[in-house]
Design a protein around this ligand. Structure first.
Ligand code: ES4
Ligand code: ZN
Length: 327
């Protein structure tokens, strides 16, 4: 079979995707119309033309603007269903989805509607396609730790209703200047509550933030982590403990974490024995879903079938619960 068919038929898990980042321009416009929200773009093409980013923050500005069309339970359902419909074609058998409740509660959307709409789609997706899934509630790191505690307090009464889906806690948004230590207490609380902990680290931020996420937040998986390579001792530790990295190649290219896909360190990290996985991050903004990410790196880094099998298998191994070795 050709490359695309070979990769498509490998059982793959997506472990790093922001559901708000799956909102396609045409759905943004449809929801804006349905909800009477005015967008600062004339049409879908004008919006799509604005998707030219220079760094993480330039993307986040658009990402939060796009998310402003999400108001009702049905909106969150429609967005999640569109994503599941799309990945069902890519041979994705499992997905662990991040969502940012603070982006919505700050606009007056009840957190219960966010949970309800996303979870309804996930349960339906499992029945329809057999795609298993869970949710990672993520705190915005540009906001305070107190705001994260407040969000946790708002969400906890819903936990029993979503015990089958809400399994994880994450940390996202602008990394620089918002180190993991800022969230040490709220992560300790989430750990006591029995959530699986992950955090973005080493995307734009330094390798120190990856060490900090491990040591101060006790995460079991690192989102991105590509800058870990700058600290050889850290790389050795990630390899020894088999801490998974959820790497997002097209995201790294679009946000200029790498200038050319041929310079991406994914293959070097894989060859050093790290549990590297491939993910889409914000597929509606970065030009591709999971399969597109596999194809892009396979071509640019000249990956062979063995590498691709290893990457797909890593993604299945790195699902919750993650088994990491001690120390
Ligand atoms: C994100 Cl690419 C990326 N990095 C950090 N936070 C995010 N939220 C959505 N996409
Ligand atoms: Zn991300």
């Amino acid at each position: 079979p050709d490359r695309l068919t070979f990769i498509r038929q490998l059982p793959k898990a997506e472990l790093h995707v922001h559901i708000e980042g799956t909102l396609e321009p045409d759905l943004i416009f449809r929801l804006a119309q349905r909800n009477g929200v005015t967008l600062p773009y004339a049409d879908v093409d004008a919006l799509r033309a604005a998707y030219q980013f220079t760094n993480l923050q330039s993307f986040l500005d658009l990402y939060y603007a796009g998310a402003a069309v999400l108001l009702t339970e049905q909106d969150f359902y429609d967005m999640t269903m569109a994503y599941l419909t799309r990945i069902a074609q890519d041979g994705v058998v499992h997905t662990e989805i991040m969502f940012d409740p603070q982006t919505h509660t700050e606009r007056g959307v009840p957190i219960a509607d966010v949970f309800a709409g996303i979870a309804r789609a996930l349960r339906e997706g499992k029945a329809k396609w057999g795609i298993t899934s869970c949710l990672i509630m993520s705190f915005l790191r540009h906001l305070s730790e107190q705001a994260a505690f407040d969000t946790l307090d708002e969400a906890l009464p819903l936990r029993a209703d979503y015990a089958d889906v809400w399994l994880g806690i994450g940390l996202d948004s602008g990394e620089q200047g918002n180190p993991p230590e800022k969230f040490e207490r709220v992560y300790a609380r989430c750990r006591e509550l029995g959530f699986y902990l992950v955090a973005h680290a080493g995307e734009e931020g330094p390798a120190d933030y990856v060490s900090g996420a491990l040591d101060k937040l006790n995460v079991i998986r690192i989102d991105h982590g590509v800058r870990s390579e700058e600290d050889p001792a850290l790389v050795a530790r990630l390899a020894a403990r088999r801490i998974p990295l959820t790497v997002c190649p097209l995201s790294n290219l679009k946000l200029k974490v790498v200038n050319d896909m041929r310079e991406h360190n994914l293959k070097r990290l894989l060859d050093q024995g790290l549990c590297v996985t491939i993910n889409s991050d914000d597929p509606a903004y970065f030009g591709g879903y999971l399969l597109d990410n596999y194809v892009a790196v396979a071509q640019a880094l000249d990956l062979d079938d063995e590498d691709l099998v290893k990457l797909a298998r890593n993604s299945m191994d790195a699902r919750f619960p993650v088994f990491v070795s001690q120390s």
